[in-house]
Design a protein around this ligand. Structure first.
Ligand code: SAM
Length: 368
């Protein structure tokens, strides 16, 4: 039987290898995994960390995902949509501060009013954030859910160039267990395909530690990322929200928190080993589980951090899960705090750069 070191010495991995990496349960093997992922990160994307200022600009949502705190049926949530001026001011602030990129994230809506609103915001952000440092304005990533091909194209043409849409899980039965019938796995796959053909840098991800999720499911998720040739990965632990239908799993969640957190870090490291030069975010959900979670994510091979720059009064209305961090900080503090946290693990933050996925750039070069 192969040892963990034997697997880590390989250049490529079978499903069984991935499962064995995810099942690591000794400190010695965990350290080996972390070191390999870190070395591969240094070789393929370097040690720099790129920032994306996260603007949670609306919590209106037409979907009813059973796990999510801003699902449409959660009547406890006060719904908001930031104005165009508020979004633009945040973007200009971010550009002046040194963020090279922002993420515009919201609950899901595909109506014409909403899509043209986002389109106008993108155009204005691009026009108003050009400078010597950022000759093409801020880099814009969208994370606003499933749209039609035509809508994805419009937003791309307006100036957004990266898109994040999590598949959530590639096990279609598990997908059905955590979503209502109106949301289909096939439609999610189709959307990922549309995002890619439109020309965006494609980002996806899954939740880790979902009830009934197996190691094999997670290994299949990793192989799926490779197969659809993603450019960016944003995945994090599943965290219970007590005002959602999935609160029935709260005992499972609270009893297994430590294992879920460790599994999320192993997923980050294993993804780095398998996918090599993609951008991998160290997500807020890691920090929600453990105060230094985002820093640990960086130590396991992540190279992107997304500090929240949403104004304070709205952050508490965008609670996807319990214990979401940084609800009280203001956006200026988050910037300084993030940079010092990144430095605390020996990494350097890059300012005034888009920080595009090296994988995407390499593909463009190969096809030129
Ligand atoms: N509406 C967009 C979409 O669905 O892609 C973006 C917003 S959505 C709230 C962003 C992500 O939050 C989801 O893809 C999901 O993975 C994550 N999320 C929601 N509830 C969560 C929970 N309870 N635990 C961990 N992640 C959660």
């Amino acid at each position: 039987m192969k040892t963990i070191q034997d697997i880590l010495n390989q250049k490529d991995f079978s499903k069984e290898d991935l499962i064995n990496l995810l099942k690591i349960n000794t400190q010695e093997n965990l350290d080996l995994l972390k070191e390999s992922a870190n070395n591969l990160m240094l070789e393929s994307v370097g040690s720099n960390v790129y920032l994306r200022g996260l603007i949670e600009f609306s919590n209106y949502c037409v979907n009813d995902c059973y796990y999510c705190g801003i699902r449409k049926s959660n009547a406890e949530v006060h719904r908001y949509l930031l104005s165009k001026k508020e979004i633009l001011d945040l973007a200009i602030w971010a550009a002046e501060k040194g963020y090279g990129s922002i993420v515009l994230q919201s609950g899901e809506r595909a109506d014409e009013n909403f899509v043209s609103f986002v389109e106008e915001c993108i155009v204005e952000i691009k026009e108003n954030t050009k400078s010597e440092n950022l000759p093409n304005g801020l880099g814009i990533t969208l994370s606003i859910g499933e749209l039609s091909l035509n809508q994805y194209e419009r937003l791309f043409k307006a100036g957004a160039h990266r898109y994040l849409l999590r598949i959530e899980t590639t096990n279609s039965d598990l997908f059905k267990q955590i979503h209502p019938e109106t949301q289909s796995f096939e439609r999610r796959l189709e959307s990922l395909n549309c995002i890619k053909t439109t020309g965006y840098q494609l980002g996806t991800g899954v939740m880790i530690g979902l009830p009934n999720q197996t190691y094999e499911d997670l290994a299949n998720d990793l192989l799926f990322f490779k197969e659809i040739d993603i450019d960016m990965l944003g995945m994090g632990p599943y965290i219970v929200h007590l005002s959602t239908p999935m609160k029935i799993y709260k005992d499972y969640y609270f009893e297994n928190q430590k294992e879920i957190y460790a599994l999320a870090l192993k997923m980050v490291a294993t993804a780095r080993l398998l996918l090599k030069d993609v951008n991998i975010a160290s997500t807020t959900a890691l920090q929600a589980m453990y105060p230094w979670g985002r820093e640990e994510g960086l130590l396991f091979g992540a190279n992107v951090v997304m500090p929240n720059i949403t104004p304070n009064e709205f952050r508490k209305e965008y609670l996807l899960y319990n214990n979401k961090p940084c609800l009280e900080d203001n956006k200026g503090d988050c910037f300084t705090c993030t940079i010092s946290r990144i430095e605390s693990v020996g990494r350097k933050t890059v300012l005034n750069k888009w920080g595009d996925s090296q994988h995407f750039t390499n593909k463009l070069r190969q096809n030129a």
